[in-house]
Structures are given as C-alpha cells and as structure tokens.
Write a protein that binds this ligand. Structure first.
Ligand code: SAM
Length: 196
C-alpha cells in the first residue's frame, strides 16, 4: 500500500470509530485547531456539505446556541439541530433565501468539489468557480469580522482568487491539513477579518 493510501485508510477507519460521516471531518477539525474560527454560539453556513462530516464538526463546536446550515446537490441525511438544504450553491432560490433571511453569519465554510473529469485544467477552473460562488454568497451574509474557509484546487487561477478574497478579508492564509492527502492538489484558504 502507498503511504497516501495508508493515510486515507487511517482517517477512514478513524471516522468510522468516531462516528463521523466522512474522513473530511478531520480536515475541518485540524483547520479549526490551528485557526479557531468555530466558536460556541457561532452562526455557520456550509456549502457542499454531503455526507455531513463538516456539519457534525461544526455543530459540535458551536453547541446548542449556535446555528448550522448545510447545503449540497445531494440530499444529506438527517442531522439533529442542523438545517439541511438540498440546493446547488448556484441556485437563485437558495441565494435569495440565504441573503434574505440568514444574516450576521460568523463563518462560511466551503468544501465544494465538482465531479472530477481527470483533465486537470478543467477540474481546477470548475472548482475555483464553485468557490467563487461560495465567496460571493459569503460577502452577502457574513457579519463584519467574520471568517471564510474555502477549499481550492491548485492551478493557474488560484493566485487571482486569493487576490479577490483579499479585497474583502483582512487575512487570507493557505493551509493543507494532515488529513488532506499530500498527493491531492487541494488545500484550504483560511480567511478572517471580513469587511462588510
Ligand atoms: C468533498 S465533498 C464535501 C464533503 C463534506 N465537507 C463532508 O465533510 O462530508 C464535496 C461536495 O460538494 C458538492 N457539490 C458540488 N457541486 C455543488 C454545487 N454546485 N452546489 C452544492 N454542492 C455541490 C458535492 O455534491 C459533494 O458532496
């Protein structure tokens, strides 16, 4: 077994033991351990939530006084005290609902990933464009000082996206948690200090 496979296997087993729906849960736990953006009572929106590992982590961190909303193209199975939506981030109905009804959000999370075509340039730009939609929505719902975590696939457009984020967030850092395979080209942009 290759080392990257062994690591994947390790986190898969661990997720099963810990009751997490996905090994991705550890990516969010590790990011939050380093950057502390999820707090008790926080209001959180998570884009690209299926099957729900990040939602479980977010709910655990924000507690009973917090609010967690998740949406995905795929139907997410029931999770206690989490608002589950079954919409594309690009759907105007979802966008109108969030912008019209959910304001003063503390954290926007995005683990959005398109279906992989295998042609890297296409997958990269498709993924960054999904993250751009998440960022655009974040700018409409985040409160002053809020945070955003955006998954990104490495490639030519990444630098331009970081620049776009920097126009609205005071700090933008790039991070690759241990639970993210070294062989994968994904990483996470950890943004804080949102300016309304
Ligand atoms: C890596 S998975 C997310 C895993 C999740 N964070 C977890 O912890 O379980 C990426 C998700 O993005 C979703 N996705 C892709 N395009 C989307 C879109 N346009 N709108 C909403 N979700 C989308 C996929 O359906 C997939 O479930």
């Amino acid at each position: 077994m290759k080392l990257s496979e062994a690591r994947k296997d390790y986190y898969r087993k661990r997720a099963k033991n810990d009751g997490f729906r996905s090994r991705s849960a550890y990516k969010l736990l590790q990011l939050n351990k380093s950057y502390h953006f999820l707090k008790k009572g926080s209001r959180v929106i998570d884009f690209g939530s299926y099957p729900g590992g990040w939602l479980q982590v977010a709910k655990g961190e924000v507690g009973q006084d917090g609010l967690v909303i998740g949406t995905d193209l795929k139907q997410i199975d029931y999770l206690e005290d989490v608002v589950l939506l079954n919409y594309s981030v690009e759907d105007p109905e979802l966008q109108e609902y969030l912008i019209g009804h959910i304001r003063h959000v503390d954290v926007v999370l995005s683990d959005l990933s398109p279906n992989i075509s295998g042609i890297w340039e296409i997958d990269h730009i498709t993924q960054i464009n999904l993250s751009r939609v998440a960022f655009s929505l974040a700018t409409r719902v985040l409160k002053d000082g809020g945070a955003g975590i955006f998954k990104v696939f490495d490639g030519d457009t990444l630098r331009a996206f970081v620049k776009e984020l920097s126009t609205r967030f005071q700090r933008v850092k790039i991070s690759k948690p241990d639970a993210s395979r070294q062989s994968s080209s994904e990483s996470y942009l950890v943004c804080s200090g949102f300016r309304e």
